[in-house]
Design a binder for this molecule. Sequence first.
Ligand SMILES: *Cc1c(COP(=O)(O)O)cnc(C)c1O
Length: 477
Amino acid sequence: MEDSVLKRVFDIEVFEHTAQKVTKELIKHLRATLQEEHEKTLSWNTPDKELNYWKDFLETGNQETFFKEIFKRTTHTHHPKYVGHQVSAPAPITVLTAMISAVLNNGMAVYEMGMSPSAIEKVVTDSICKKIGYASGYAGLLTSGGTLANLTALLSARRAKVAHDIWNEGYAQPLGVMVCEQAHYCIDRAAKIMGLGENGIIKIASKADFSMDTAQLEQAYEEAISSGIKIFAIVGSAPSTPTGAYDNLNAIAEFAKAKDLWFHVDGAHGGAAIYSNKYRYLLRGIEQSDSVVIDGHKMMLMPTITTALLFKNKQHAKHTFSQTADYLLDTVEEEDWINSGKKTFECTKTMMCMHWYVLLKFYGDQLFDEFVTRQYDLAKTFEEIIIKDNDFELATSPMSNILCFRYCPSGLDDNEINRQNAHIRQMLLEDGEFYMVQTKLRNRLYLRTSLMNPFTTKTHLQQLLKKIKTASATINQ
Ligand SMILES: *Cc1c(COP(=O)(O)O)cnc(C)c1O
């Protein structure tokens, strides 16, 4: 037993020592990143080199340096110059809830395997439902990511709106979902997983501002129906990912009602604006939806991965994966909030509810109001700076904290501008001071920023533009 690996693994004295060291390292990292003591948001390495590094490390690396190397070789969302993908700089206290979830490892599929988290999940999802504006009779669940939550919502929609028992008998007719062409690719993927096929995804064109052109809904619907497709759901993006454009949820709600469709809101990114007194108006109509997805790890300052899926009608929260079609007729029902595994795609999941609960308890709704409002305001400020600078052009006026723009000095055609912006983005990535991404919109390549960090300021954004100009000057040489 002396040299048993198992015994070493569970040696708490050794763990205590390691935990103290790593915690110190972690706090140092957070402080240095938040206060910009590190010059870079990431230290770029090519995939090949990175792969070789970790292959070699497993063989010959010094284990004492493992955690340090991880900090060094990753992208730092807490850095105010992080303006890239839509993941949050998690509130430090949620690092602790993530740790506790890992220690306790209560899988939550059944109530006994997570009594507190099961109850906490209900408290949290009820409070979000209320914030959405659902009347009583709602219910929600937490699940692993917006992608999975959107799939779950569409499965529930299919069960609610299609009379045929597809769950047990398979498809009897082609079905379809309506969504804006700008929607996140996971809606497409969900429809494909559900076997709807390419024809089952009815893409609605977007307007100049990249939101769904709801004037086209009627005709698209008629065309699908006349080719034998039964449409059962329509998805509104709140907002869509590439440009952060909010669809007109009221118009979609009205259409859904007229055609008896399930109305789903993909608010993975900006559903959190329900908490913003200033920007809540962007979500007008959300209270008429049948289901809503909101990611905690995007605009709600939580670590990956935690997503809320909220249903207007609590029956719909539990019928998604039920094996029998007569679920509504069950007379002896258990309390419907327990045994989360019956309602979620996952069997085992993390105790993600603690992140939501701890933020609500310690800081209240006000935290999300302050954060969302600040970030959306900042995008407006960034817009003003860009408008004043003739070398830059916006893709569209930002509705959220996502803003796309491009460097376009006069005298270049679209192809040249695309090439230049691709160069700029690559140079910035390799430079590592700022982290920003790119996206193609209507054949134009744009630099894309998501203002996720609560400490990014106007000055940082001015520095970013300056950096872009400097980078472009070296390209032209
Ligand atoms: C990020 C995003 C998703 C996917 O969510 P994950 O949590 O990354 O799986 C879906 N829809 C929209 C609009 C998003 O922004």
